[in-house]
Design a protein around this ligand. Sequence first.
Ligand code: HEC
Ligand code: HEC
Length: 345
Amino acid sequence: MTSTIKISALVGFAAAGLCLAATAVAAGADVALLSDAKRVFAPLPASPSATSAQAELGRRLFFENRVSADGNISCSHCHLPEKQGADGLPKSFGVLGKLNPRNAPTIFNAALQFKAHWRGDRESIEDQAEKSPTGAVSFGNPDFATVIAKLKSIPGYTEAFAKAFPGEADPVTQKNWGKALGAYERTLPQPTRFDAFLNGDAKALTPAEQEGLRKFVDVGCAGCHNGVGLGGTAFSKFGVVEDYWKQTGSKDPDKGRADVTKNDADLYVFKVPSLRNVAKTGPYFHDGSVGELPQAVRVMAKVQLGANLSDKDVAAITAFLGALTQPVPAHYSALTPFPDEPAKK
Ligand code: HEC
Ligand code: HEC
């Protein structure tokens, strides 16, 4: 660690040439931070085009409420453009006002993670999409045949599926519903200022954000929240050092992955979530039990690392997390109706 700093300070001096020594040291610190950051994180690769036939179909389906049991629920009901792809609630409400057991994460990070859902009980975003329409507390359909019948009754969908999946005799299927939504979701991640920093623009982060990044790495957050998503690469127990509910105040603690695998070793284990967009996606944790980001940072340090962060460190890390907010893409919005389609209610 120390040697990295010394070497990069020298690089800084050399590069700064005739500039004041103080500026050169600051530039050296940037270089050290950048090289440390590059070791644990990765910049966002370019997202695929939103105008492919599959992505366009997925976009339509994402904002389509007519296939839900009560005609009111679309994916966007709980993954809202004005809420950075989340819904701003501790727990979501689905069909007929039914309460979901967990908090809705932003859709923007979904494509970047190794599994979907807090407990990792969906293998991929396609798997997740295939199962949503028959979820009792989301869309509430009895089976997928009902979904297909509804899609076929809306003029335009049969043609749109045929265009997205050419050569298939009967393309309106559960698999293709999943593929189309997955194709759309993969277009949603957009670069942030942190990506610009990782790509070499040291000034893309303010000094306060750089200090927060340094803390985030040195305190140990990046031990779990790493890679391109700053999370989404592994499972971890929530409450490594002490029971999480003592700090979050969660009533009726969720057993996490243990309820999925029926294995006691998975008690209170959850997916390490991606922290992209986190400044805009409160309330926090799988149960939305913590309202504000600084408090979520404090809780994490305490229960995962046994560290009591100072207010200054919490503020710095919170500032850094703010640099992970992406713009809401223009194509995160409903397409205009099909030409022959009656206007939506
Ligand atoms: C009623 C609200 C609701 C609706 C409707 C809904 N979602 Fe979600 N979504 C959630 C909640 C809650 C979770 C977290 C579930 C869990 O982890 O147990 C979630 C999780 C996800 C995830 C995983 C994100 C991650 O970071 O792990 C994806 C992907 C997703 N939803 C996509 C969709 C798609 C596609 C649709 C439409 C087919 C949809 N959702 C409809 C509430 C909703
Ligand atoms: C040992 C692994 C581990 C470490 C270390 C860790 N985290 Fe986490 N983090 C997790 C897990 C697991 C969750 C999901 C908890 C849950 O079930 O809600 C999480 C959730 C979060 C959330 C809430 C995200 C959301 O969308 O609600 C934030 C913010 C966060 N971590 C920040 C941090 C910070 C800052 C640090 C360092 C002080 C840190 N984490 C250290 C594993 C870790």
